[in-house]
Design a binder for this molecule. Structure first.
Ligand SMILES: NC(=O)c1ccc[n+]([C@@H]2O[C@H](COP(=O)([O-])OP(=O)(O)OC[C@H]3O[C@@H](n4cnc5c(N)ncnc54)[C@H](O)[C@@H]3O)[C@@H](O)[C@H]2O)c1
Length: 348
């Protein structure tokens, strides 16, 4: 199977295949780019159907981290790791210690945190054998409120760019998904005077948010079509697709969910419909910014929140670039990010 020439390889600096016979560990650590600093990214544990699938996932995710951290202005590069296995049944302390020894062998070029299938308890075990970890129990904790704060700043920026307004008072905003991020985002929007429309597939969550913030309730499969100023997807990915985009009434889409565009081409479909889209990896960077501020066994929440406020300016820069060039905002975000990590590369 070709690796260096595969499209997903995309100039990765280093890919490490980790195997430990005693524990059965099979893992891949992918380091995409370290020109801005050590690579940081979560460790995903997933029962991949094939090794090729695991490698592709690691490569794509680590590349994504380079872009996310560069755009957030962090002195970090992009990396990610995957452990091939079923997280509910195949986790053992020895497995995570074996994985941690591979992380340690990289001497700090890769810093590991949680991801799908791994949690704080697993990272605490990894930490027994390497200090190159983030997102630990005594550190920054749940990043969701900080992510929500970043999304709130991003919505403010989109409202400024699209509607020329500095405040959210009286604006109608639809929040899809009322989990860790969505519920806290609803609180911040409510406190800023927005009128909320909400949906979740979990009725208890809908009831909780609607009662707390006087929100109108819509069915989960209709929230994207709400008659609102802003649609904030905070549930799953691929919500912006051929079926939903023609039904969107909001002039702005700005929310926390990862991979909101079903396909890249949907960025252009949104642009042609005159809908301003806040690129997901730009607006939801609060979590990685938060983790960065605890990287050295010390967590400064005030500094993290201050840096998260920068998402406002980053988005205004992306919107202006997209407008001038007549390109989708996602493409503009990629270009701004690339200029940040490629510029450093030339200097180095
Ligand atoms: N938590 C973070 O700090 C963070 C950081 C960056 C990105 N994100 C992304 O933001 C999104 C939300 O993250 P979270 O931590 O709040 O997750 P979560 O699991 O706590 O909440 C997701 C919510 O979406 C609901 N949901 C699922 N499918 C739905 C549907 N079809 N319609 C309506 N609601 C639906 C779930 O019931 C749940 O309440 C995810 O896409 C996540 O990848 C989260």
């Amino acid at each position: 199977m070709p690796i260096f020439t595969a499209p997903d390889f995309d100039g990765h600096e280093q890919v490490v295949f980790c195997h430990d016979a005693e524990t059965g560990l099979r893992a891949i650590i992918a380091i995409h780019n370290t020109t801005r600093g050590p690579s940081l990214g979560g460790c995903r544990m997933w029962p991949y159907a094939s090794e090729e699938e695991a490698l592709t996932d690691a490569l794509r995710l680590s590349r994504g981290m380079t872009y996310k951290s560069a755009l957030a202005g962090l002195p970090l590069g992009g990396g990610k790791s995957v452990i091939i296995g079923e997280s509910r049944t195949q986790k053992t302390p020895a497995l995570f210690r074996a994985f941690g020894r591979f992380v340690e062998s990289l001497g700090g070029r890769y810093i590991v945190a949680e991801d799908v299938g791994t949690g704080v308890a697993d990272i605490e075990i990894v930490r027994q054998v390497t200090r190159h970890v983030a997102g630990t129990a005594g550190g920054s904790g749940d990043p969701s409120p900080v992510t929500a704060y970043g999304v709130f700043q991003g919505i403010r920026a989109a409202v400024k760019a699209k509607l020329g307004r500095d405040d959210l008072a009286g604006l109608r905003i639809a929040v899809q998904g009322l989990g860790h991020v969505g519920h806290d985002l609803a609180r911040q929007l409510y406190e800023a005077g927005a009128l909320l429309v909400v949906a979740d597939i979990d009725e208890a969550r809908v009831a909780r948010t609607a009662a707390a913030y006087h929100a109108e309730i819509l069915p989960a499969d209709r929230i994207h079509a709400a008659d609102v100023d802003v649609f904030a997807p905070c549930a799953l990915g691929a919500i912006l697709n051929d079926e939903t985009i023609p039904e969107i009434q909001a002039g702005i889409v700005a929310g926390a969910a990862n991979n909101q565009l079903a396909e890249d081409r949907h960025g252009e479909v949104l642009r042609l419909r005159g809908i301003l889209y806040a690129p997901d990896y730009a607006i939801n960077a609060g979590g990685i910014i938060n983790i960065h501020h605890e990287s050295f066994d010390h967590y400064d929440r005030a500094a993290a929140l201050k840096q998260v406020e920068g998402i406002y300016d980053t988005l205004l820069e992306i919107f202006a670039h997209a407008e001038t060039e007549g390109i989708p905002t996602g493409t503009a975000a990629d270009r701004v990010a690339e200029s940040r990590f490629r510029k450093q590369q030339q200097v180095a």
